[in-house]
Ligand binder design. Sequence first.
Ligand SMILES: Cc1cc2nc3c(=O)[nH]c(=O)nc-3n(C[C@H](O)[C@H](O)[C@H](O)COP(=O)(O)OP(=O)(O)OC[C@H]3O[C@@H](n4cnc5c(N)ncnc54)[C@H](O)[C@@H]3O)c2cc1C
Length: 533
Amino acid sequence: MDRESQITALQDADFDLLVIGGGATGAGIALDAVSRGLKVALVEKGDFASGTSSRSTKLIHGGVRYLERAFWDLDRAQYGLVKEALHERSILLKIAPHLARHVPLLTPLYRRVEVPYYLAGLKMYDWLANDEQTPPSRYINAEDALKHCPMLREKGLRGGVVYYDGQFDDARMNISILLRAMDLGARAVNYVEVASFTKTAGKITGAQLKDALTDKHFSVQARAVINATGPLADSVRHMDDPKLKPMLKASSGSHIVLDRRFSPAEMGLLIPKTEDDRVLFLLPWMGHTLVGTTDNPAPVQNNPLASAEDIRYILRQLAKYFSIAVSEKDVLAKWCGLRPLVQPGAAVSTAKISREHTIEALPSGLITIAGGKWTTYRRMALEAVDEAVALHKLPVKRASQTETLAVAGGGDYKPDQPQRLEKRFQLPLTVCKHLSLSYGDRAERVCELALKTDKRVLVPGAPYLEAEVAYAALHESARSTVDVLARRMRLAFVNKEGADYARTRVQELLGDALGWDQAQRDADSRRYDAYFG
Ligand SMILES: Cc1cc2nc3c(=O)[nH]c(=O)nc-3n(C[C@H](O)[C@H](O)[C@H](O)COP(=O)(O)OP(=O)(O)OC[C@H]3O[C@@H](n4cnc5c(N)ncnc54)[C@H](O)[C@@H]3O)c2cc1C
């Protein structure tokens, strides 16, 4: 169904549930609710995943540092959270086999006493995961550590420990969850903002919406409303009641991307101690090296940018562990995201606070869910829908199906798909791998489109096809050049120069697919420039 029809459908029906926010949490809620047989609408004021959910470190993890903290604080609840996240990790690897995979992570150790400490901790991590699919952690000596990671500082290296976590493509996971929800009947529209609530006798019965692309206003009716707006959750709570105490604080996290030669090909690096006593990840991602992250108090804003100081901080940490120089000239791309951190004791009414996320129900019936992490989006969604069902007596037809329901592209995906596509469509294997890992079992549809565009690529030497632009517009709700280059294809996240090279052609193709006039093309150019700051 195209965007205009989705918008008409929003106005014509009474929904059981309106979800505000199309990031990981909102997408997860929409899929959970529609899988229970509820009538669901979701609106997102920007593009899907344009908030924190495209800007993460892209790890599916229980959190080894949380486990360490749990151990020292003798905190059973914290153990429980790590265990739960590890359980979710095993589910995500199954429901999104094309987008998520295991990644080995090496922690280099420079003091002999650290070896038994880290190894024991990671063995406990393995044990908590209780997951036969994940290889166990192990010790490797200094020689092997250097074989895996020749750029490590050799002097004083005592060896390392290797453990496994999950890694994924966050923005594509986000759109794939939503596409599955839409397959099941949910209505989800991007560039539509909730501007205010409609109420009867103090209870929310729907919302006034604004279409950011046309400036038109319209309304939607719903029995229950869930606020899943991440770092912006307080702004939506304040639409309901301006006197509420803020629930969240934000902290910013920046990443940089370097050439692939800076990371071992199939292994990541966990730098165990930064100058501010945190950890730093260096991960192979999309044929490049992703490094992050920082952690600084930050104001809530729509499009945070990585600062020059953030970049310098990351490079300083690398310099301590690397024998080769890495400078600002090596930075191919960067991004910054905001962590929505729940303030203890801030939520009111029926608040259920774990230290990771909070669910709050206000007297108006508005339910807010905030905090948490990508890894636990499915679990958070389940709890939020449970709350909405109980509070608003929603007519569920069955239990949530999301534990086994594959996201779009995941259902029939098989690891030999790239080779099959290569044979059938006579496309280079690198292209078929990229398409398979992005679209899963839907990659064939992109290949069919590619046959009509002479299999043209967007950037010489890179695997992105022109056909993906029309596909993104027609089947994945992309409405701007940034949507395509940053969140459907991820090129802007790995190589800004590559994105700049492709932008004119992408705008042309997108404009043709969506019937843009010159004013719309100009607005698109302004959006692109604003995104990169
Ligand atoms: C630097 C960093 C690294 C991270 N790394 C990891 C990691 O490796 N693994 C992990 O598990 N987690 C990680 N996380 C956490 C994870 O990314 C977040 O928990 C998750 O993305 C939050 O998703 P969300 O849907 O709650 O918020 P968001 O993704 O921000 O989505 C909220 C959406 O609501 C929309 N919205 C706001 N107001 C309105 C309105 N009025 N109307 C309509 N829509 C509205 C926004 O535009 C936005 O798209 C990381 C976070 C950060 C910041």
